[in-house]
Write a protein that binds this ligand. Structure first.
Ligand code: GRF
Length: 223
């Protein structure tokens, strides 16, 4: 279900790019009213770059180790991203902390996906931390990016059960399946103009979202 002009997306990756693939597929299948106009990886030779190549998407490597500081890297990254004139920047497994300057340059137009039910478990090793805490459910959160690491306003969450014999890897793969649903969906809402950020609060169809964002099961029927 799409309407209007297709948006321009730039996707930043560092690794396997399975979320990037979900965007590529959604864009082709008509579930995302956008074209991915560029992919930038801070690591060479990652599968995500191959996925971009295979889909005929312009892709490049910008190695953070070639820069004297985070600020220098982010300044160049910002230039490269801007050169694609994106409507939305998608962080998809991009394993770099971004400077406030970079974030403010794309404020309101940059999203991330984090593999936990935020505000639980910002940072790394989210699945192991959820298992160790004895949580009954895990999941993922799509959120707008602010300079508060993994702390920007939530857009949509998907939950999965945590089983008694779960390992972090098993849980991660269960969560990834959900990530691939909710991330292109959130971007689609944005591209359709149905999702906006008003004074730091995400609005979907003109209604303020709850603190943890839309719950995916509800979101499906909403779509
Ligand atoms: C995902 O779990 C995402 O939530 C996290 O990094 C992982 C990236 O996976 N930020 P992929 O590169 O999209 O396969």
């Amino acid at each position: 279900m799409t309407s209007g002009k297709r948006s321009r997306l730039v996707v930043l990756i560092s690794g396997s790019g399975s979320n990037l693939q979900a965007f590529i597929d959604a864009s082709k299948d008509g579930n995302l009213n956008a074209d991915i106009v560029g992919v930038i990886s801070n690591k060479a030779d990652v599968l995500g770059l191959q996925r971009a190549q295979d889909a005929g998407i312009s892709n490049e490597v910008l190695d953070h180790r070639a820069f004297p500081s985070r600020e220098h890297f982010d300044a160049e990254l910002g230039e490269r991203v801007s050169s694609y004139q994106p409507d939305l920047v998608i962080l998809a497994g991009f394993m770099r902390i971004l400077t406030p300057d970079f974030v403010s340059r794309f404020a309101g137009h940059i999203m991330n996906i984090h593999p936990s039910l935020l505000p639980k478990y910002p940072g790394l090793h989210t699945h192991q931390r959820a298992i160790d805490a004895g949580d009954k459910k895990g999941g993922a959160t799509v959120h707008f990016v602010t300079s508060d690491l993994d702390g920007g306003p939530a857009i949509v969450q998907a939950e999965v059960p945590i089983m008694g014999d779960d390992t972090a890897d098993l849980l991660a793969s269960r969560v990834l399946v959900q990530e691939h649903q909710i991330y292109p969906l959130a971007a689609h809402w944005f591209c359709e103009g149905r999702l906006t950020l008003e004074n730091g609060v995400p609005q979907l169809n003109g209604n303020a979202l709850q603190k943890t964002g839309f719950l995916f099961s509800t979101a499906i029927t909403e779509q």
